[in-house]
Write a protein that binds this ligand. Structure first.
Ligand SMILES: [Zn+2]
Length: 87
């Protein structure tokens, strides 16, 4: 039986990214997170960027992802989706 609507959206993934890197997720959340990554190139790129940020700063905190940067990323994502013709 398929669970209802367990798919993570890109926005949810962005919101959860700090918890992912901090290892603060439950195994179920982490599984959803990684399942989304398997089929979403944009989130893979986003995660790579976050990895670079962590490498640069030594750690990732909520403060190291300014709300404006998050907004910019989500806008880039929407444009990218449009360009892919998937929405
Ligand atoms: Zn995504």
């Amino acid at each position: 039986m398929e669970p209802i609507s367990t798919e993570l959206t890109c926005q949810e993934l962005v919101e959860l990214v700090t918890e992912y890197f901090e290892g603060a997720m439950s195994p179920a959340e982490k599984a959803r997170f990684e399942k989304h990554l398997e089929k979403c190139d944009w989130c893979k790129i986003y995660l790579d960027q976050m990895r670079l940020t962590i490498r640069t700063l030594g750690k990732l905190t909520e403060d190291s992802v300014p709300p404006q940067a998050k907004e910019d990323l989500l806008r880039v994502f929407r444009d990218w989706k449009r360009a892919q013709g998937t929405q």
